[in-house]
Design a protein around this ligand. Structure first.
Ligand code: PBG
Length: 346
């Protein structure tokens, strides 16, 4: 038989010692909890990523990223406006090209008529300086082999030609600078690229264009959905000769220091969730803003779990983004940004 009374211990236990410290006091109401919360998310903390394709009137959903689509520039503009209205005033643009526009030298990377430069000009024209425009700088969506750099034959086989790649990366960055980018965001992981891009930008008079360096970018399984979205999976081998080994943490500090010395304005850690320790360790070592990339696989993982009904999506998204900020990120690049704000999750 069940009584209406809540079950309580009926036999008195040992006498409690005085308990002056009771952390639960500050958890007694939502108002109290909110007032002592150490981490707060603002729309301005978020950078919304967008995939841009050539053409007109095109919107292509990305199956691996439910809720995310690729847009031609005309349809991208309303998305940027949506972002701005929600208070997400920073966006990151990725260009996606058809195979016919790719070649071994990634020549389309420096095409001022390409989707990203076109989008940058259109966004600048439509929104002036209200929107902070970042653009990815990498050759993987422009090379026919899908690697982030150019190839060369050597006695040990085909390798990524670090120094030759820098030249094309710099041409890509200059094309974006001329189109009005605020910060270029090199994600290629070639050595010396931040310094090289800085010099190239400065020599061309773009001293005001910043560099958000993907300083600490790991060779991660969590980029899978992005590669479907961008059509940028390498056709042979993997990216482990240029992206970092997930087993290394000290190396992350070294990569970040080198990029800072080379002139980076912001530093990124990528992915975010399996690398919160890296963010936390990096935070006290630099005065630069830290950016974390909550990558495609992390987004897809949550979406899949929510679709399977095994967790509450809104709470999981808020907890995830809060944890990334708590670990030390000033800014978070996340595919959740717009939906999370629209649905009141943050
Ligand atoms: C390009 C690039 C990648 C991502 C951002 N820039 C893919 C990769 O390195 O293979 C991944 C972003 C994501 O997974 O959301 N090099």
């Amino acid at each position: 038989t069940h009584s209406k009374e809540p079950p309580i211990a009926s036999t008195p236990g040992p006498a409690l010692p005085p308990l002056p410290y009771r952390p639960r006091r500050l958890r007694q109401s939502a108002a109290l909890r909110d007032s002592v919360a150490e981490t707060r998310l603002h729309p301005e903390d978020l950078i919304a990523p967008f995939f841009v394709i050539p053409g007109q009137g095109r919107e292509e959903p990305v199956h691996a990223l439910p809720g995310i689509a690729r847009y031609s520039v005309d349809l991208l503009l309303p998305q940027l406006e949506r972002s701005l209205k929600l208070g997400v005033r920073s966006v990151m643009l990725f260009g996606v090209l058809p195979p016919s526009e790719k070649d071994p030298l990634a020549q389309s990377a420096a095409d001022p008529g390409g989707p990203v430069p076109t989008a940058l000009r259109a966004a600048r024209k439509a929104f002036g300086n209200d929107l902070v425009l970042y653009a990815d700088v990498c050759l993987c969506t422009h090379t026919d082999h899908g690697h982030c750099g150019l190839l060369k034959e050597t006695p040990r086989g085909v390798v990524i030609d670090n120094d030759a790649s820098l030249v094309q990366l710099a041409r890509m960055a200059l094309t974006q600078a001329e189109a009005g980018v605020d910060c270029v965001a090199p994600s290629d992981m070639m050595d010396g690229r931040v310094g090289y891009l800085r010099r190239a930008l400065d020599e061309a008079g773009h001293t005001g264009v910043g560099i958000l360096s993907y300083a600490v970018k790991y060779a991660s399984a969590f980029y899978g959905p992005f590669r479907e979205a961008a059509g940028s999976a390498p056709s042979f081998g993997d990216r482990s000769t240029y992206q970092m080994d997930p087993r290394n943490a000290r190396e992350a500090l070294r990569e970040a220091r080198l990029d800072e010395e080379e002139g980076a304005d912001l530093l990124m850690v990528k992915p975010a969730l399996a690398y919160l320790d890296i963010l936390a360790r990096l935070r006290p070592t630099t005065q630069l803003p830290l950016v974390a990339y909550n990558v495609s696989g992390e987004y897809a993982m949550l979406k899949a779990a929510a679709a399977a009904g095994v967790l509450e999506e809104g709470r999981a998204v808020r907890e995830t983004l809060t944890a990334i900020k708590r670990a030390g990120a000033d800014l978070i690049i996340t595919y959740h940004a717009l939906e999370a704000l629209e649905r009141g999750w943050l």
